[in-house]
Write a protein that binds this ligand. Structure first.
Ligand code: NAD
Ligand code: DAU
Length: 338
């Protein structure tokens, strides 16, 4: 089995590659990653010399780069590559359209040319829009209604993936997951930002009243779900993933403050994100029933483990926050070439 995984030097992709090579020892993985600000070779430094792992630096929106990754054929493509941060999409939407929409189309076209290549397209709960406080969780039948430019670009890619499945009969499956947390998450996202700022004694910026709700899942539980879809998901289907762990942002920040024993005064309410979705929640019954998948971690345990991981991996996140991870990348890339 040869799987091409895109965006494998980011947060979820790197966790997924590590899990695949641990749990499927006879598989080969090619990682196609552009090394944007979110891609960090340190995330997979432990696999550098693994003969089952190949890295290709390239852009999913460039057909020649995609062709290089697919050289010799592939049984499946798992598309994690994306511009993933909502706040950045509010500042500038164009890179989101290029990678998330155009890039996805290039992968779908390349898989079509290969003929028998399964595509797992990694999407998000944000395509469904926001829930009210008493609404039931999103199911796969919920209408897509994205709010941010990020979510709209992911929704456009989802429509294209389903259109290719229907029009060309391609073997394509979509996963939509709720908010992930865990090791190697870029410290622009809520949980790693709050943990690392707290350790540094910096302010903890909570948007608005902090009463927005997200449905948190540990990244390893999400990765187990993606592997189950890759192996057992039905073509042309969408599978939701979530861990029934709805939490207010402000409560998560308070828990991090308490786990790290820092002063509560670090918490500062700041101006809210424009059009900030108030609540997400996922109904993952379809994945549970069809795939036999279940999240293994409670949020409380997972958050405590994650706080400990950041405490024990200060070198990793300090290099990201001070920008020196980019120097590491330059040296690493000059030594290896594409
Ligand atoms: P991330 O920002 O940490 O990583 C993205 C990776 O993609 C980086 O390694 C980056 O270098 C690479 N990349 C970006 N543009 C590229 C391009 N044009 N060509 C090749 N590589 C490119 O993202 P993440 O948080 O790991 O998210 C991965 C996927 O999961 C995304 O599709 C995202 O929409 C989805 N998702 C994320 C979450 C979450 O909570 N983080 C939840 C649900 C779904
Ligand atoms: O729901 C899945 C999505 O989760 C993924 O598709 C996205 O790729 C991922 O970035 C994430 O989006 P969110 O916008 O929910 O995540 P973020 O970590 O940016 O913010 C989580 C919540 O915390 C959100 O309500 C905004 C709030 N927040 C965030 C930051 C960075 C703050 O209050 N302060 C902050 O500094």
């Amino acid at each position: 089995m040869h799987v091409v995984i895109t965006g494998g030097l980011g947060f979820i992709g790197s966790n997924f590659i590590r899990a695949v090579l641990r749990d499927r020892p006879d598989w080969r993985v090619t990682n196609l990653d552009l090394l944007t600000y979110a891609g960090n070779p340190a995330n997979l430094a432990d696999l550098e010399r693994d003969p089952r792992y190949r890295f290709v630096k390239g852009d999913i929106a460039e057909p020649a780069d995609v062709a290089r990754a697919l050289e010799g054929g592939a049984d499946a493509i798992v598309n994690f590559a994306a511009e993933s941060h909502v706040d950045r999409s509010i500042l500038s939407a164009e890179p989101f359209v290029r990678t998330n929409v155009v890039g996805t189309v290039q992968l779908l076209e390349a898989a079509r040319r290969l003929g028998s290549c399964r595509v797992i397209h990694i999407s998000t709960d944000e395509v469904y829009g926001a829930l009210g406080p008493d609404d039931p969780p999103f199911t796969e039948a919920t209408a897509v209604n994205p709010t941010s430019p990020y979510a709209a670009s992911k929704a456009a890619a989802d429509h294209l993936a389903l259109a290719f499945a229907r029009t060309h009969g391609q073997d394509i499956v979509i996963t939509r997951c709720s908010n992930n947390y865990g090791p190697y998450q870029f410290p622009e996202k809520l949980i790693p930002l709050m943990i690392t700022n707290a350790i540094e004694g910096k302010r903890l910026p909570v948007y608005g009243d902090g009463r927005q709700v997200r449905d948190w899942i540990h990244v390893e539980d999400h990765c187990a779900g993606v592997l189950a879809v890759l192996e057992r998901g039905r073509a042309g289907e969408v599978y939701n993933f979530g861990a029934r762990s709805e939490r207010y942002n402000i409560d998560i920040v308070a828990r991090i403050v308490s786990l790290l024993k820092v002063q509560r005064e670090l918490v500062e309410h700041v101006v809210d994100r424009p059009a900030h979705d108030r609540r997400y929640a996922m109904d993952a019954a379809k994945a549970e029933q069809e795939l036999g998948w279940r999240p293994a971690r409670s949020f409380e345990q997972g958050l405590a483990d994650t706080v400990r991981w950041y405490v024990e991996h200060e070198d990793w996140w300090r290099a990201v926050k001070d920008g020196s991870y980019r120097d590491f990348y330059r040296t690493w890339y000059e030594e290896r070439g594409p």
